[in-house]
Design a protein around this ligand. Structure first.
Ligand code: ZN
Length: 182
């Protein structure tokens, strides 16, 4: 069962503001990530091609030897490694390309990875007071979609499947979800 959290009315009428306090400016730039993506993308395509070729050879010759089998398994290991690196690099590059702010460990301590300026940095998000009640706000990854299930003891638990970074009012839960804005 997928449950969508009700969207608070405050969301569109009030805009929460915050500052980013730099913690660490990493040497990882978007350009570097593009290069690593390119350098891992090529071997990924080559390994994939080799596997297709090896299967083609088996199919045409109808001759499945132990050597071919061990070649294929080696290629598959190589393919999974390069494909994994490639996929990670592409998803990290997206943070710099779209200048995203991604909360670290669900946003504990307000820490986030910042992709602005085409570079990865660690920042601390310092939220301004809540625009509705003037109380404190915190930055975190709010669950927006989850599935409910029963554990072995019969307790209802929820497994979060989707989170959205928000600035949330610490005083009133109903204020949470104020849309972050720079
Ligand atoms: Zn509030």
């Amino acid at each position: 069962m997928v449950v969508n959290a009700p969207s608070p009315q405050a969301q569109d009428t009030q805009t929460a503001k915050y500052e980013k306090v730099p913690i660490w400016r990493s040497p990882i730039t978007q350009a570097a990530l593009t290069w690593i993506g390119f350098l891992t993308g090529i071997p990924t395509i080559i390994s994939f091609g080799k596997i297709v070729y090896d299967f083609g050879v088996i199919f045409l010759s109808k001759n499945f030897t132990g050597t071919v089998a061990s070649n294929i398994s080696q290629e598959m290991i190589l393919l999974s490694i390069t494909a994994l690196i490639f996929a990670s690099v592409i998803s990290i590059r997206r943070i710099t390309k779209q200048a995203l702010l991604v909360p670290l460990s669900h946003g504990s301590f307000g820490l986030a990875v910042d992709g602005s300026g085409h570079r990865l940095s660690i920042v601390k998000v310092k939220a301004n007071p809540c625009p509705i009640c003037g109380g404190g706000m915190r930055y975190y990854a709010r669950p927006t979609e989850w599935t409910s299930y029963q554990d072995q003891n019969g307790n209802i638990k929820r497994r979060v499947s989707k989170r959205t970074p928000v600035l949330g009012s610490a005083r009133f839960l109903a204020h949470f979800g104020s849309r972050p804005s720079l």
